[in-house]
Ligand binder design. Structure first.
Ligand code: SF4
Length: 344
């Protein structure tokens, strides 16, 4: 399995190249809500989203001061972590969906913690007004800022079915605006296995995100979680979830479709066991990861081998992206994999 790591660009590799050490993400709760839940766009959320707002692993309750949350989250990973640094990750709900007077002290406190090397903010592409972009720019002058965008799919029918609540063009504009604001790492969340989508649809979504200029991607298996509207749909038999074999097939195609410089943050995603209805196989995370890794070896899967040649030798088709320095501003060294291959 030794070669598996080099078959795709892992988060650990990127973190070591960028920060020069092992870095852990601490999931924090900024105490925010979401326009899909507070009545602005809807009240029931995206069809797959659990009551915790996709933040089941976040340190609980925005009532706790940020430094306290950081310390508590640090103690949870402390056993694994003798030394190293952390990313303050605001995970639950939509973490830019609040007045700037609320966001600025929250994020500033998180970024000021001496063990925090970067801030990561999960949000929706339609929740990035100019004052938030300006704040992210200011914060990025202190420490690296990452932004995670929930795209899930580019397909109109699926987006309507899951009640995403914004058009795909909005995602493209958000990527461009975040780049202009100097956000150092843009991550796109994609769900594999959404009802009605074929493997080719999922690969198209992944390709689109790469062409739009995402730096990283989270490939997440669709989980049917207790208490969601998706669970009701599933229980009435309106769709089926993927088998592990089907998931591996589509996952490998997505990995191959991604240019080698896109960091793959996740290969499956975590569904909390206490809420998981289906697919049952996803509850055995160790077996799932072992199966994925073994299959990558057996099938000789390598990131980038499915990138269309015309695209690899030409420019991006969706959005313009400025050329960035190959020298990490945080370590002063060039990343090992300096393979941005889209000359403007
Ligand atoms: S936008 Fe995110 S937090 Fe809001 S309902 Fe959808 S998945 Fe949940």
């Amino acid at each position: 399995m030794e070669n598996t790591v080099s078959r795709y660009y892992t988060l650990n590799q990127y973190l070591r190249e960028t920060f020069g050490c092992k870095v852990y993400k601490l999931a924090l709760d900024g105490g925010m809500t979401c326009p899909n839940r507070d009545g602005t766009l809807g009240t029931r959320g995206c069809i797959f989203c659990s009551a915790e707002g996709s933040g089941e692993f976040a340190q609980s309750a925005g009532v706790s001061p940020v430094w306290q949350q950081i310390e508590e989250a640090k103690s949870r990973v402390g056993k694994k972590m003798k030394e190293g640094r952390y990313i303050a990750y605001f995970q639950s709900y939509t973490n830019t969906y609040a007045p700037i007077t609320y966001l600025e002290p929250l994020f500033s406190q998180a970024i000021s913690h001496p063990d925090v090397v970067a801030l990561s903010v999960a949000t929706r592409p339609d929740c990035l007004p100019p004052d938030v972009l300006a704040l992210l720019k200011r914060l990025g002058e202190i420490k690296p800022v990452w932004v995670e965008l929930g795209l899930q799919t580019i397909h109109v029918r699926t987006a309507a079915y899951i009640r995403r609540g914004y058009e795909t063009d909005c995602y493209v504009r958000a990527v461009k605006a975040l780049r202009t604001a100097g956000v150092s790492h843009i991550i796109t969340h994609v769900i594999l296995g959404l009802p009605g989508e074929m493997a080719e649809d999922m690969v198209e979504t992944v390709r689109f995100a790469a062409e739009a200029g995402t730096d990283g991607i989270k490939l997440q298996l669709l989980h049917v979680l207790r208490g969601t509207d998706l669970a009701s749909e599933y229980e009435t038999g309106r769709f089926q979830v993927m088998s592990l074999e089907q998931y591996c097939d589509v996952l490998y195609r997505c990995i191959e479709a991604l240019p080698p410089e896109v960091v793959i943050h996740r290969l499956t995603g975590d569904g909390p066991k206490r809420l998981l209805i289906a697919p049952a196989w996803s509850g055995d995370k160790k077996r799932v990861l072992n199966t994925i890794m073994r299959g990558m070896e057996e099938r000789d899967v390598r990131q980038g081998t499915g990138v269309p040649p015309a695209w690899a030798s030409g420019g991006r088709r969706i959005t313009e992206q400025p050329v960035r320095s190959s020298i990490s501003p945080y370590t002063g060294t060039a990343p090992r994999r300096d393979s941005r291959r889209f000359p403007e």
